[in-house]
Design a protein around this ligand. Structure first.
Ligand SMILES: NC(=O)C1=CN([C@@H]2O[C@H](COP(=O)(O)OP(=O)(O)OC[C@H]3O[C@@H](n4cnc5c(N)ncnc54)[C@H](O)[C@@H]3O)[C@@H](O)[C@H]2O)C=CC1
Ligand SMILES: O=C(CO)COP(=O)(O)O
Length: 313
């Protein structure tokens, strides 16, 4: 998106073979085999060369690897550069959001971090299907600069000041999508799915608001928008992972089948812990954690959710 909207883009890849493939053949066979990347994009496995003079640095590694990677990267960030987080996860152990991990580990001012989040499944973006997204940060000028840098005929970016809401929406929807995948595998219908999305959003908002988010963010693109996209799409890794668990596969078996990161699998533990710390009930997240990490049967998890005390909506 950055390249198509006019920025000079360099991708950093850990493996030179991947960098060479992107640089020379404009493809990334492993990640998006059928996509031709813009020929203006270059790539390198040399970290210092990739970051040299970069004013916008977009970060998209699996959430649990961010802290370790930042230790290596941070010394190369140009002074004043904007750090764009594309990640949708919560760190295990610390229960921190990705922007918090960036601020803490790279020792940068929080104003320098901008979060981009929304219903943005990578294969659909690559196919240039129209979509919208949210650019959230505490520095409005930086948000507008990023908004401008990714605005395209097929991408409509909106700015927001609610970093907490956007990050929590992005992280928790992955957990709800795991549950959604389980319901599909168990043959449950549209009433179940709609109930799950709605109550999933309710618990997402409950936690987000307790952490300081604006409740309206959860009705927006980074909340409901991303939740619906991820749950409804067979392209979603989290939903697909949930389907494996719903078919009775173990966590290990599902991990072997998944080629890419399903963030919700680890984040459900951190989100559950975070919710407990602030005294917020997250029954769906609790059950997803039990299925993923305690070997609970998804059908029993559904029974437990349905058997909870009845109460006002
Ligand atoms: N794929 C998608 O549709 C979207 C993904 N995201 C978020 O972006 C983040 C990254 O997701 P994807 O790119 O899809 O995941 P991915 O599993 O494809 O991994 C991203 C990249 O990180 C590399 N990587 C893996 N382990 C690493 C490590 N230890 N150190 C450095 N690099 C490592 C992988 O080789 C890959 O190039 C996640 O937080 C995800 O939730 C957000 C929006 C859409
Ligand atoms: O975040 C995403 C879409 O907005 C991608 O979801 P998955 O990680 O489940 O594929």
């Amino acid at each position: 998106m950055l390249a198509e909207a006019g920025s000079d883009v360099t991708i950093w890849a850990r493996r030179e073979v991947v960098a060479a493939e992107i640089r020379d053949r404009h493809v990334n066979e492993g990640a998006l085999p059928s996509v031709k990347l813009p020929k203006e994009i270059t790539a390198t496995s040399d970290l210092a060369a990739a970051l040299d003079g970069s004013s916008l640095i977009a970060i998209a590694v699996p959430s649990q690897t961010l802290r370790g990677n930042l230790a290596e990267w941070a010394g190369h960030f140009a002074p004043g550069s904007t750090l764009i987080s594309l990640m949708k996860g919560i760190e295990l152990g610390t229960t921190k959001r990705m922007s918090q991990v960036i601020v803490e580990t790279a020792r940068v001012d929080a104003d320098r971090v901008v979060v981009v989040s929304g219903p943005n499944l990578a294969p659909e973006i690559a196919a240039e299907q129209p979509a919208a997204t949210v650019v959230a940060g505490t520095d409005p000028d930086r948000c507008r600069a990023v908004q401008q840098a990714i605005a395209l005929p097929y991408i409509r970016p909106y700015t927001s000041e609610d970093v907490i809401g956007c990050e929590m929406g992005g992280a928790v929807k992955n957990v709800i999508a795991l549950a959604y995948g389980m319901t599909i595998a168990m043959g449950m219908g549209d009433n179940t799915r709609a109930s799950l999305i709605t109550r999933g959003l309710a618990e997402t908002a409950r936690l987000g608001v307790a952490l300081g988010a604006d409740p309206l963010t959860f009705a927006g693109l980074a909340g409901l928008g991303d939740l619906v996209a991820t749950c409804s799409s067979p392209l979603s890794r989290n939903r697909t992972f949930g389907e494996q668990l719903g078919r009775g596969r173990s966590l290990e078996e599902a991990q072997v089948a998944a080629r890419q990161t399903a963030e919700g699998v680890k984040s459900c533990l951190a989100i559950r812990d975070l919710a407990r710390t602030v005294g917020v009930e997250m029954p769906i997240t609790e059950q997803v954690e039990r299925v993923c990490h305690e070997g609970a049967d998804p059908r029993v998890a559904v029974k437990m959710l349905m058997g909870r005390e009845i109460k006002p909506e």
